[in-house]
Design a protein around this ligand. Sequence first.
Ligand SMILES: *[C@@H]1O[C@H](CO)[C@@H](O)[C@H](O)[C@H]1NC(C)=O
Ligand SMILES: *[C@@H]1O[C@H](CO)[C@@H](O)[C@H](O)[C@H]1NC(C)=O
Ligand SMILES: *[C@@H]1O[C@H](CO)[C@@H](O)[C@H](O)[C@H]1NC(C)=O
Ligand SMILES: *[C@@H]1O[C@H](CO)[C@@H](O)[C@H](O)[C@H]1NC(C)=O
Ligand SMILES: [Zn+2]
Ligand SMILES: [Zn+2]
Length: 577
Amino acid sequence: MHLSSLLLCCALSLGALVKCAAGSEWCYNGCEYTPSHWADIPGVFCGENRQSPIDIVTANVQTDPQLLNFNFLNFSSQHVFKSIKNNGHTVKCILEDNEVEVSGGGLDGTYSIIQFHFHWGITELHPGSEHMIDGHRYPMEMHIVSLKKGLSEQNATDDSEGIAVLGFFINATDDGDMSGPWNEFISSLPQKDKEVDINATISIDDLIGNVNLTKFYRYKGSLTTPSCNETVVWTVFQEPINIHKQLVQMFPIMAGFINVYRPTQPLNGRDVFASPGTPLPPSHSWCYEDEPCEYKPSHWHLLPHSECGGKSQSPINIETRETVSDEHLDAFTYTKFDDKHAIMHITNTGHSVKCVLKEDTVEVSGGGLGYVYSTLQFHFHWGSENSDGSEHKVDSKRYPMEMHIVNKRKDLTLEKALETPNGLAVLGFLIEAKDAHNSNSERETHPTSDIDPWKKLTSYISAIRNISSEVHVTDGISIDDLLGSVNRVEYYRYNGSLTTPSCNEAVVWTVFKESVKVDENLMMMFPTLAGYHNVYRPTQSLHNRIIYTTTSASSAPVPTILLLLACLCAFSYNLHL
Ligand SMILES: *[C@@H]1O[C@H](CO)[C@@H](O)[C@H](O)[C@H]1NC(C)=O
Ligand SMILES: *[C@@H]1O[C@H](CO)[C@@H](O)[C@H](O)[C@H]1NC(C)=O
Ligand SMILES: *[C@@H]1O[C@H](CO)[C@@H](O)[C@H](O)[C@H]1NC(C)=O
Ligand SMILES: *[C@@H]1O[C@H](CO)[C@@H](O)[C@H](O)[C@H]1NC(C)=O
Ligand SMILES: [Zn+2]
Ligand SMILES: [Zn+2]
């Protein structure tokens, strides 16, 4: 017998077939080899790089469209449970050979299920699931263990995907069935070192209950007990099995031991994926001041890869008396700002409402920028029903809203642009309420559009009330329509950053002096329909930066020149500022 298979058999979890001859004893507590010392056991893999369990940080999880539905064979059969064994580390239900299978769910082929077992703590006072979700540990976890069909236990540990484990969290509830299949199952749990045949008529489906089996996470990891072989394709279902807390409490009592779970292990750069049906948070775990989350603006600098603590951050308060005139700040050239079909879709990012433009269509140049920039998207910052929410302030005045038109240097990829001091150019427009008595509309440059373009735009917000949802724009709305007659020649200029994490200091900022005027009721649609408010970052220190301003000489309107430039490149992007 090889050393590895000897250790594996000692170790556990897979089978009950081979009796363990000798080898190092491991445990969860009260012996030499507790989890932090498992790696010291000769011949094990517990100190390697793809270990399980892990904390699943949903903000870092990526959706994988390949993770389609599972196919389960004989999960509803009431004749597949063979025996239950208590090996001192867990209680394990051994299944009839070659009866129960799982395939699909993004697994590579069919896997034969051999057993399932449990991990627990001490009742709900000290939860004992192995995996965690965003730092939350459930009371228990069930592992359904399967081997790639045709492989022996030994061969399965030689294949990096030889074993598939289906992990289910178990949640303790105050109410629920006290006499159903879980009661029957727990009542038959044997004492330490005992094995009992099971004569109950229970199926795996009876235990899983109504957990949604299309919502799951996937990553590559290991067995969670020595030898910790790195041969496991993990599936962790998002929804827990809810069972009555009195039944959860029975587990340690029946089994005779507590706290049988391994602490979470480092991810070491591994990817964690989610099936398409699994709800994920809109982006990262950052938020604005009014929302509950781990990283509010004052803590954004602690986020991974964050530049939010840098010395050229945005937004800022623009002290107009301190600004310096710069005659190089000439007029902009706007390309396709009048294209009524350039807006592809509108999406609710969970932090803003963002209008994504067709690739390589809209452009901006001139304005002292020195480069041609491709317009990627525009989005909004707002306050609440009774407070203003622009990001930039002018002479300490905050405006009701702010619109950001985000542009990327055309000669750079987005990745490169984010690392280049002028890789991005953002045009910021402050937004104020239209004065109802002052018939401003006569000045509008597009009298042909009889419906207010802002009315058209805001009408889409009700279709994206769910975070991460998007809607295609079918009405003709151009950026020119939205900007109306606002003066686009007078502006402030400074070097700054993105105003959301990672706050890359890659932005040449333009803040226009005149505000865009929008009907107050339409402005209210943003906080009301999106469901969140005060989505703006507080102003940041200037740190010796100079704010430049267009000279008053250039304030005379300059005719708009439309310049059609060849589209040279195609990028995909999804940038929120
Ligand atoms: C498992 O499924 C197969 C195919 O449906 C069936 O023939 C067999 O009887 C099932 N086994 C058990 C134990 O239910
Ligand atoms: C877990 O159980 C608690 C207590 O009954 C309940 O409030 C909570 O919603 C449950 N969690 C899930 C994800 O079902
Ligand atoms: C939002 O999500 C819920 C639940 O998934 C769905 O029923 C509803 O139709 C969605 N609403 C919109 C506007 O998409
Ligand atoms: C922005 O920074 C660049 C150097 O990276 C400098 O040449 C330019 O003058 C700065 N512009 C402003 C408006 O401060
Ligand atoms: Zn396990
Ligand atoms: Zn913004």
